[in-house]
Design a protein around this ligand. Structure first.
Ligand SMILES: NC(=O)c1ccc[n+]([C@@H]2O[C@H](COP(=O)([O-])OP(=O)(O)OC[C@H]3O[C@@H](n4cnc5c(N)ncnc54)[C@H](O)[C@@H]3O)[C@@H](O)[C@H]2O)c1
Length: 440
């Protein structure tokens, strides 16, 4: 099939590369001409395991292309995906300006029948807006071209995005025509050869499914963080409680690690947008509002532990940090707990030495840009010298089994703050460390 993916970010690039990998001809579009220029030179703008290899291979095979020219890209396409960002507006709602700008461009340039698929995470009712926007442009052109609008929310996880896309738990399609369901099934069938994971529903339910899924996962995280905070007060150990409840199949082990809060491109904005969507429809979403509140507080828990240990004024103290990305396997720092912890410490006069295997460029150029007193180093042990404590904020594999002797020898004090709860804890107290984690 000929496919166009509009928006070449985390979702667009992964989707485009994976569709191409299955033998489709894919053109990825973006308005960012520098990004497209780099992609055409074989430079991949984001880090996602396996993505670079897959893109370069399919470009070489001539079934993956990159362009800024949307009209040209859709002229031959049967299916067009919208995968642009839907960031948070100041009032918490999802900003639809990019999605609707793409819809307008499609309406202006469409030359044959097309299925327009919304892969961006968008509020319920957006497909209707996309449809109306395209139709308005067609009417202005006096065109009676037919098109369909479909909702196909994306559930990939950064850091494991290729695997998630190639072997999806499910593919949700919201549409209102059997022909379109059939076409989408034809496109996705190669991704589930062993058994069908294709779920069809109406468009609004598909749009809602994405928000419900993210709100559920965020709820599990905030729930466990709240339990961990109570554990600390009552003298229980959140990690033991985690194992105790996770063994119940109705609860399960995933997403119940206490930590420094959730971040990333999706949970924070989607949780917020869902409360806003509910409000706009006259419903006060109390639980989901609380999930966000708990998370905002949780992002400062590690800083509070540090303040409790070293005092309100951190002038003269240097802290070594492992991890900037909001989770391992990605260079994405959007809403990462590390931003909050570092800003709080620096505000109080502290100096920071930090190592992350992938996210340093993002930190320097965007998320921690201009903040003084941060030194970026290129090896994890280089954060230790002159530091009074080591703080773990992203659970990269290379931090799992470090050389504790070296840490002890280099750190000024043998103090570890573990924002990922027991990620590196192997009897650290008995190894002579002062060890602080969430939930104990
Ligand atoms: N990142 C994730 O893990 C993830 C997972 C599931 C769903 N989503 C959703 O997918 C959508 C995209 O997320 P992302 O993380 O890939 O975003 P991103 O910010 O990484 O990429 C968006 C891209 O769209 C481009 N763009 C903006 N306007 C455009 C236009 N008019 N024409 C062409 N390109 C345009 C931007 O330049 C950018 O490259 C969002 O709605 C997000 O909530 C993201």
């Amino acid at each position: 099939m000929n496919i166009t993916v509009i928006g070449s970010g985390y979702v667009g690039l992964v989707s485009g590369a994976c569709f191409a990998e299955m033998g489709n001809t894919v053109t990825c579009v973006d308005i960012d001409s520098i990004k497209i220029e780099k992609l055409n030179q074989g430079l991949i703008p984001i880090f996602e395991p396996g993505l670079e290899h897959m893109i370069l291979k399919n470009v070489k095979n001539k079934n993956l292309f990159f362009t800024t020219n949307l009209g040209e890209a859709i002229s031959d396409a049967e299916i067009v995906f919208i995968a642009v960002g839907t960031p948070m507006c100041d009032d918490g709602s999802a900003d639809l300006q990019y999605v609707l700008a793409v819809a307008k461009s499609i309406g202006e340039t469409i030359v044959k029948e097309l299925v327009v698929v919304d892969k961006s995470t968008v509020p319920v009712g957006t497909a209707d807006q996309v449809k109306a926007t395209i139709q308005k442009e067609l009417d202005a052109r006096g065109s009676d071209l037919q098109f369909d609008v479909v909702s196909n929310p994306e559930f990939l996880k950064e850091g494991a995005a290729i695997n998630d896309f190639m072997k999806p738990d499910r593919v949700v399609i919201g549409a209102d025509s059997e022909i379109v369901f059939k076409k989408m099934k034809e496109l996705y069938s190669p991704f589930f050869r062993s058994h069908d994971r294709f779920i069809t529903m109406d468009i609004r339910s598909a749009e809602m499914t994405k928000y419900a899924a993210n709100a559920m996962l965020a709820t599990k995280i905030s729930f466990m963080n709240e339990i961990a905070n109570i554990c600390e007060k009552v003298g229980a150990d959140a990690n033991q409680v985690r194992i105790g409840i996770g063994s119940d199949q109705r609860i399960g082990y995933s997403f119940i690690y206490p930590g420094a809060g959730y971040g990333g491109a999706c949970f924070p904005k989607d949780v917020k947008a869902l409360t806003k969507i509910a409000k706009e429809h006259g419903y006060r979403a109390q639980l989901i509002t609380a999930v966000e509140k708990v998370n905002n507080a949780q992002k400062l828990v590690i800083a509070q532990k540090i303040i409790a240990r070293f005092g309100e004024d951190l002038t003269g103290f240097t802290f070594g940090i492992w991890g900037l990305a909001f989770k391992p396997g990605t260079d994405d720092m959007r809403e990462a707990p590390s931003i909050h912890t570092i800003k709080e410490l620096v505000k109080r006069g502290a100096k920071i030495k930090v190592y992350d295997p992938k996210a340093v460029v993002q930190a320097k150029e965007h998320y921690l840009k201009g903040i003084e007193n941060i030194t970026y180093v290129t090896s994890k042990y280089d954060v230790l010298k002159d530091s009074v404590a080591l703080i773990l904020l992203t659970e990269w594999k290379e931090f799992r089994s470090p050389n504790f002797e070296e840490i002890k020898a280099q750190l000024k004090n043998s103090i570890i703050f573990d924002g990922r709860n027991q990620y590196i804890a192997y009897d650290l107290e008995n190894k002579g460390f002062e060890y602080y984690r969430i939930g104990k």
